[in-house]
Design a protein around this ligand. Sequence first.
Ligand SMILES: [Zn+2]
Length: 289
Amino acid sequence: MSKRGPDTEEYPRRVFNTVKRPKINHDDNRPWLRLSHHSYTVGWICAVEPEHVAATVFLDEEHEGLDSLSSKDNNTYTLGRIGGHNVVIAVMPNDYGTTSASLAARDMLHSFSNIRTCVMVGIGGGAPSPKHDIRLGDVVPPLFLQTAVKALRTKYAISGHRLQEAISDVLEKHPRIAKDYKQPNPNTDRLYKAHVIHPNGEESCAAICGDDLSNLVERPERKENPVIHYGLIASANQVMKDATVRDTLAENKDVLCFEMEAAGLMNHFPCLVVRGICDYADTHKNKEW
Ligand SMILES: [Zn+2]
């Protein structure tokens, strides 16, 4: 059997590291490690470039890019190590949606055939309810890959998740991205009552919907942010922007969050979906979160 290699005509050489982003190992003058494709066992799929940047700065070390195994692979990759794992981070080539996600997963598996676990980290629309006090910036994973998630849940219940410290550490190390990647002002987290509809147009909620308490769901001040919620994430190929449907699904199905890629990914292999809440799956708009 002939060996598939990057230098054959069928699989032309292509360098992955085309994205401008913070470099990790430069401070201590260590040369970047160069591993083989087979050394990577964890895949991490990001929907958009800002998520790719955020993922990259959380690497313990970044590895040198590798030539592609497949000329048909459209992903852009960053390689590195987190904890004890060699991780491939890919940003989807096209746009949001289940089809893009499944194509990205397929290409990644072609190029990195030893990947056994995949995480899909991105944004989602929260479904706050009397049962689940979900706020912007909170994190939602499903109770999937049960053992791993349950172990994490137990650990966080005992000693806290330290997410805020981890984020502060990374932003201190990469001050150039701090402005765009730090947590927005909590005052801009407004949950409007379901009947309050944002009028068509791009105007912000601050200008249009306002801070009138009769329009807002009253919520107590939080002691710790963000909170991690464990439960059902609903996946569709279009954006959920309807507070009434959101509330119905939250009540009847106990949905915590809506997103747009996981269903496509799940068709390929089991994948842990983690979502940061950026809106409330209603008509309102905010660009900060
Ligand atoms: Zn609004």
